[in-house]
Write a protein that binds this ligand. Structure first.
Ligand code: GDP
Length: 322
């Protein structure tokens, strides 16, 4: 079994690659819910939707969110009525939010609703929210504290960020299936996907017990850098790093995971960073443009994890021989 920790776009790309090079039912994708919010009366879970649409082959790759087979009558009509249209919701996407909201209001958990949608979409990997409890990422900017989507979508990540907060994380319980998977003897690796560390991975790590469970976990923890040659492929990762006073580099991301990391996959372009990274580094082509790129990177990650497992086993044997 493999666990992948994921945000939206970057994470979903690797999760899809993994699901195609291993038995998909052995993959559990744990998804950030810090981006979740309520809008137009609906419960929206952007990262979960990006992951599920991607695994279902429905994702809109050009936009980086929503479905590819979308129509926009709802938004056009809302606009004509003078409604709020900064958060774009396609008609088909809307149906999912309406149904999720109805089920949550009827008392179902977010994970139950997610599992039901995955079944409907024919998705074979298990997709679980990091928690069923509400966690909301907020950012301190020069315009004060902003809710995540206000910063990310409405203000297009323009405000300078000086601090982040994961509201509710301290009282949230990690999803029990996530914690059980971390101690499962069949667990072969935990993969931290190339997602934004600040707004996609760290909300997961902020839930009480998760970081400790990753430290204690006997399977190797291996991350893929979301930064290639000092730049983010997409989104504000590098911009945020600079604003937070950090050097935008693959090494900086590794440093943030230092206590949990066994292996780290970085791009060939970042070879000079190897010396600064306290984990077993694998160099690879980490830009995933085609499906072949996603599969190739997934194989490299799984191979790197297998090497780490063999080393660990050899170490155990040597210690036993002494
Ligand atoms: P979001 O929640 O939709 O912003 O998505 P994520 O946090 O999962 O992904 C954003 C991060 O993914 C950014 O830091 C990107 O640099 C990274 N990313 C996107 N595509 C790729 C890719 O093909 N390769 C790598 N290495 N990183 C990527």
């Amino acid at each position: 079994m493999i666990i992948a920790l994921s945000g939206g776009v970057g994470g979903a790309k690797l999760a899809l690659g993994l699901s195609r090079v291993m038995p998909p039912e052995d993959l559990t994708v744990v998804v950030n819910t810090g981006d979740d919010f309520e809008h137009l009366g609906l419960s929206i879970s952007p990262d979960i939707d990006t992951v599920t649409y991607t695994l279902a082959g429905l994702a809109n790759r050009e936009l980086g969110w929503g479905r590819y087979d979308e129509t926009w009558s709802f938004m056009e009509t809302l606009d004509a009525l003078g409604g709020e249209t900064w958060f774009r919701l396609g008609d088909r996407d809307m149906a999912l939010h309406v149904e999720r909201t109805r089920r949550l209001k009827a008392g179902e958990s977010l994970s139950a609703v997610t599992a039901a949608f995955c079944r409907q979409f024919g998705i074979r990997p298990r997709v679980i929210p990091m928690t069923d409890d509400p966690v909301r990422t907020r950012l301190l900017t020069e315009s004060g504290w902003l809710d995540f989507q206000e910063y990310f979508v409405h203000r297009r990540c323009e405000p300078v960020v000086s601090q982040l907060q994961f509201q509710g994380a301290g009282a949230a319980r990690p999803h029990p299936a996530f914690m059980a998977a971390l101690t499962d003897p069949s667990l072969e690796a935990v993969v931290i996907c190339p997602s934004n560390p600040f707004i996609s991975v760290e909300p997961i790590l902020a839930i009480p017990g998760v970081r400790q469970a990753l430290v204690a976990c006997t399977a190797p923890v291996i991350a893929v850098s979301p930064i290639i040659a000092g730049k983010a492929v997409k989104g504000p990762t590098a911009k945020m790093m600079s604003e937070l006073g950090l050097d935008p580099s693959a090494g900086t991301v590794a440093h943030r995971y230092q206590d949990i990391l066994d292996g780290y996959v970085i791009d060939h372009a970042d070879m000079s960073e190897v010396v600064s990274i306290d984990a077993r580094v694998t160099l690879a082509q980490t830009l995933m443009t085609t499906m072949e790129d996603r599969e190739a990177l997934a194989r490299i990650v799984l191979d790197a994890a297998a090497v780490l497992r063999r080393r660990e086993m050899r170490g155990v044997r040597q210690r036993a021989d002494r």
